[in-house]
Design a protein around this ligand. Structure first.
Ligand SMILES: Cc1cc2nc3c(=O)[nH]c(=O)nc-3n(C[C@H](O)[C@H](O)[C@H](O)COP(=O)(O)OP(=O)(O)OC[C@H]3O[C@@H](n4cnc5c(N)ncnc54)[C@H](O)[C@@H]3O)c2cc1C
Length: 303
């Protein structure tokens, strides 16, 4: 039965190279943490993607959509299901007039730079976020005053029932780190991004400035999943953690970054359990000292 399912996945995804068994998730997450996925699929088309999901549903296998793995912590035991990764193979991008047409797996960094090269402004804020368009739309990623909701025009999604539908900007219900895509567990297939004409030199300079701001403030030299916690209303998570005396606090290989307390970093060999134990300790201390609840921004898989 297990062998049949593997062959079915290979059949759908054209060749065995697009389906891997026992693939370590540490290779596919920016935390560099995570045990093996039972199966790891790299569909090339939306037909392959929806057939892969249908096969999982038919066989009663769990599945999980992965972008670039930059906002996720995967269990040390891995995932007993099918991880479907979109960033390697579903990443077509084209620019027409003031619009970008991007598949879900396109990296934000690539889209922002392509926009700049085409004299389009509005996406500079996303040029340092290491995720895909799909991952960014699900959680309305944002930085330095910009958010995906400011530039998205339309998104095509696959519903849990296997239907493909288009959602307009208003239908996306985007809020702070949330959207209807997350609420209804839709899968982003592609999107249209609306930008406006600008001066390519100014756009490039804007992105360079943000890059310098990130490099000086964030621990980019270590593996992480970005901000560990959502911003609690009226506070900054990093400041609360620093004021709680937890700067540099370490469990195993996981550490509250000394450079930016809002980041948990992998100093080398951290396990998912180290990270989780550290996060729980930080949440407990901040709640005890300041009465503020820190909610995780990072998603977990298999935990
Ligand atoms: C150094 C660093 C800096 C960061 N800075 C920022 C920042 O400034 N602002 C910010 O908002 N975030 C930031 N992040 C976090 C992260 O990059 C974003 O959340 C990004 O949008 C995640 O995209 P991803 O493709 O990596 O998603 P993944 O981590 O692969 O997945 C995240 C979630 O999205 C879901 N998902 C992914 N693709 C799809 C899809 N096509 N359809 C449906 N669901 C999907 C997954 O199932 C999962 O639940 C940072 C991370 C790092 C490591």
């Amino acid at each position: 039965m297990r062998q049949d399912f593997f062959h079915r996945l290979c059949e759908i995804n054209s060749d065995a190279g697009q389906v891997l068994a026992g693939e370590p998730m540490s290779k596919h997450t920016t935390f560099r943490i995570g045990g093996p996925a039972k199966y790891f699929c790299l569909p090339k088309t939306k037909e392959q993607l929806s057939a892969t999901i249908a096969a999982c549903q038919e066989a009663g296998e769990d599945y999980y959509i992965l972008g670039n793995g930059s906002n996720i912590l995967v269990s040390d035991e891995g995932y007993q299901g099918v991880v479907i990764q979109l960033f390697q193979n579903m990443n077509e991008l084209r620019c027409e007039n003031c619009r970008l047409y991007a598949q879900a797996g396109v990296l934000l960094v690539k889209a922002a730079h392509q926009a700049g090269q085409n004299s389009l402004t509005g996406m500079e804020f996303a040029s340092g976020i290491p995720g895909t368009i799909g991952g960014a739309l699900v959680m309305n990623a944002g930085a330095y005053g910009g958010e995906m909701k400011d530039i998205v025009q339309e998104v095509t999604v696959l519903t849990r029932e296997g239907k493909i539908i288009k959602l307009s900007r208003d239908e996306l219900e985007m809020g702070y780190r949330t959207s209807v895509i997350a609420k209804k567990q839709y899968i982003v297939l592609d999107t249209v991004i609306q930008l406006s004409k600008g001066d390519p030199k100014e756009i490039e300079a804007g992105m360079q400035e943000l890059k310098e701001a990130r490099t000086s403030k964030q621990p980019l030299e270590y593996p992480s999943a970005g901000s560990t916690f959502k911003r609690p209303q009226g506070y900054f998570a990093g400041k609360l953690i620093m004021d709680a005396g937890l700067r540099g606090f370490q469990i195993g290989g996981a550490q509250v970054s000394e450079k930016h307390c809002g980041f948990v970093i992998n100093t080398g060999g951290a396990t998912a359990q180290d990270v989780l134990t550290l996060i729980t300790h930080v949440q407990t201390e901040v709640e005890r000292q300041f009465g503020v609840t820190l909610e995780m921004e990072i998603k977990t898989l298999g935990l």
